[in-house]
Design a protein around this ligand. Structure first.
Ligand SMILES: Cc1cc2nc3c(=O)[nH]c(=O)nc-3n(C[C@H](O)[C@H](O)[C@H](O)COP(=O)(O)OP(=O)(O)OC[C@H]3O[C@@H](n4cnc5c(N)ncnc54)[C@H](O)[C@@H]3O)c2cc1C
Length: 287
């Protein structure tokens, strides 16, 4: 069977006390599906700088093609450059380059006095350095600090023109939201891949809280689907897998080929969604 979808998986560095062995098992299970890469987030304001490095290099050592997220907020240019150099020296060739959020997410972005002024500047610098494959963030439902969808698309174009290779979107739940954004991006002259960010929902209450901060809309139909399941994690997982696979299938029917899964460090849900989409390990596909 020939695969028509490209997938990637996102993890966060397991915190102190979280069993690391379980993390590696999660990563290895999902890596068996042959993703283009597995990425590791950079804690808000750079709080997991060293931990991100440890995990991303640990993935690479296990033969997993790894991408490190990197934000510029709260750091000087020299500090950010040093992080990128250390990653490059360790053989990490993929970055997800982001502006990041101020510690108080409600406040507007203020650059560090000696820092990069914007994600565009950071991307320019990283592409001058050469050798990195660079992904950037995109916001189909408009980033909270953007004036409009048009302004957001225009800014995304600047990031891609500065040297980024692809955009990965914030999660969303209605296929139309992504398709409208993709069409606007194409009309604005963006021809690089726009990867659909997919979040298989595990905890609905937390989802609502986080979505309010990052500008993602949680539709009523999704709330209804999860109503009454707060104390029933098993049914929630089944509903979550179906919901995410259904979204991906709608997008695939419209020609979307690239999917990035926000795994929340759980293997089963993202694995099940991929399975429902017909994605198997490359070994099985070759058989
Ligand atoms: C795939 C993905 C991964 C992420 N990973 C992490 C992570 O690991 N760690 C973390 O802390 N956060 C992460 N985030 C969250 C991200 O840091 C926040 O969403 C942040 O607020 C924006 O970062 P950005 O680089 O996408 O912003 P930018 O694209 O630089 O800015 C966001 C929006 O603001 C507007 N804007 C900004 N600057 C200008 C300007 N100069 N002129 C005009 N408009 C402007 C644009 O409309 C733009 O779309 C991630 C987000 C995504 C989508």
């Amino acid at each position: 069977m020939t695969r028509t979808s490209n997938i990637s998986f996102e993890f966060f560095p397991p915190g102190p006390g979280a069993p690391e062995e379980r993390f590696w098992q999660t990563a290895e299970r999902l890596n068996a599906l042959g993703p283009d890469f597995c990425s590791v987030t950079y804690g808000a304001g750079g709080t997991t700088k060293d931990r991100t490095y440890e995990i991303v290099t640990g993935l690479q050592e296990r033969g997993i093609d790894a991408a490190a997220h990197l934000t510029l907020v709260g750091a000087s240019r020299a500090e950010v450059d040093a992080v990128a150099k250390r990653l490059g020296d360790a053989g990490i060739k993929r970055l997800v380059a982001l502006r990041g959020d101020m510690p108080n997410m409600a406040g507007g972005f203020e650059p560090h006095p000696e820092g990069y002024a914007s994600s565009v500047e950071l991307i320019e610098r990283l592409s001058e350095t050469g050798g990195f494959d660079i992904s950037v963030g995109a916001y189909p439902e408009v980033h909270p600090s953007s004036e409009s969808l048009d302004a957001d698309v225009a800014y995304l174009k600047r990031k891609l023109d500065a040297g980024a290779d692809r955009a990965i979107t914030q999660y969303f739940f209605d296929a139309e939201v992504f398709l409208r954004f993709r069409d606007k991006a194409r009309a604005a002259g963006i021809d690089k891949p726009i990867v659909a960010g997919v979040l298989p929902v595990t905890n609905f209450a937390k989802l609502k809280e986080f979505s309010a901060k990052c500008g993602a809309h949680v539709p009523d139909w999704l709330e209804e689907r999860f109503a009454g399941l707060d104390d029933d994690p098993e049914t929630r997982s089944l509903v979550a897998a179906h919901t995410a696979a259904d979204l991906c299938q709608k997008l695939m029917a419209e020609g979307v080929e690239d999917f990035h899964f926000y795994t929340l460090n759980r293997a089963n849900l993202s694995y099940a969604v991929c399975h429902l989409l017909g994605i198997r390990s490359p070994l099985e596909e070759a058989a």
